[in-house]
Ligand binder design. Structure first.
Ligand code: SD4
Length: 328
């Protein structure tokens, strides 16, 4: 089946009722007809994050700052106990600890990140404080926690009963093999362009489920999980962080846009780079990028089918099925 027909079929099968989006659009159709170059705009990884887009859009539609928009948006899944990839309710590492990675980057190229943060629900907000209140870019582990507490954040138990049960089930076989696209992936990467054409981005995750204690993924690493350059565009990604860390995928996407590529072509280049360098791992692992340039044009692409994203632009919030390099 050719790729286009396949996407159309996925579109028909994949009708979703999340938030106020009733349909899953096909990216090929959507881009041809409606890649609007319009701003404000907000784009986020994975369909459930359409709810996060709503929170971000409230800021953008009122003429607010893209940085406030991405923070407000990312806080939505961070507080959702049913989202098993982010914040409260995130699946723990193999020792039963929920450890969070997050980052944020603004239109001036400033960035803040936290890695291996425990017991604080809103990792993205701690990352923003790192950016705004410290001379550093990354705070990690116990230091990040102490900093968060000093900023007035409170310790909370982030491990839900559902996540505990999932860990117990995993321990029966204890196989460390990420099941890409089969387990639910809601890790949020979000990019926003505001009415003043300020481009900002953020990312938040509990990382790979049942990872080794201490493992940090791509999501809090600037250039890997997220990169923003207001002169050009921004990119963010989701999927197996190890593949992204080794290729600095988000930086590559932005550099491709700098060289004149449309955001769609730029994300395709980053996916192809991963698959070329790591063909064996790419067979079994998902990685997906979304990009937004300073004109408001977007792109999205993944290694395997099944990746979708949410785009709020010109007053419409839509879930869109992304194109992929491999077919099923
Ligand atoms: C990680 N990239 O820690 C994250 C996980 C992810 O959807 O995005 N999952 O590797």
């Amino acid at each position: 089946m050719n790729t286009r027909r396949k996407f159309l079929q996925q579109t028909l099968l994949g009708s979703l009722a999340v938030g106020n989006a009733d349909f899953l659009f096909n990216q090929a159709d959507w881009s041809e007809k409606t890649d609007k170059n319009a701003f404000p705009a907000v784009i986020s990884t994975w369909a459930p994050n359409i709810k996060a887009n709503v929170a971000a859009w409230q800021v953008l539609a009122a003429g607010g700052y893209a940085l406030d928009a991405v923070e407000a948006g990312v806080r939505v899944p961070e507080a959702d106990p049913n989202d098993t990839s982010v914040g409260y309710g995130g699946f723990p590492d193999r020792d039963g600890h929920v450890t969070l990675d997050a980052c944020i980057m603004d239109e001036k190229g400033m960035a803040g990140c936290v890695t291996f943060l425990q017991q604080i629900m809103h990792a993205v907000s701690v990352a923003r404080r790192v950016m705004e209140k410290t001379p550093h870019v990354i705070l990690s582990g116990e230091g990040a926690l102490q900093f968060a507490l000093s900023q007035g954040f409170v310790k909370e138990n982030l491990l839900t009963e559902k996540a505990k049960k999932a860990l117990e089930e995993w321990r029966v076989e204890s196989k460390y093999k990420p099941i890409i696209n089969i387990e639910r992936h809601d890790t949020i990467g979000m990019l926003a362009l505001d009415t003043q054409r300020r481009l900002c981005g953020a990312c938040s995750t509990s990382g790979a489920a049942f990872k080794m204690h201490g493992r940090v993924g791509d999501s809090p690493v600037i250039g890997a999980g997220l990169f923003v350059d207001n002169e050009v565009g921004a990119a963010v990604c989701t999927g197996l962080g190890e593949l992204v860390l080794r290729t600095l995928g988000s930086f590559l996407v932005v550099e491709e846009m700098r060289r004149g590529a449309h955001p769609q072509k730029a994300v395709e280049t980053a996916v192809k780079r991963i698959v070329k360098k790591y063909p064996v791992q790419s067979e079994e692992a998902q990685v997906a990028f979304v990009a937004l340039d300073r004109k408001g044009r977007h792109g999205a692409y993944s290694i395997h089918p099944g990746f979708n994203y949410a785009l709020y632009q010109q007053g419409e919030n839509r879930v869109i099925e992304a194109g992929s390099l491999f077919e099923k």
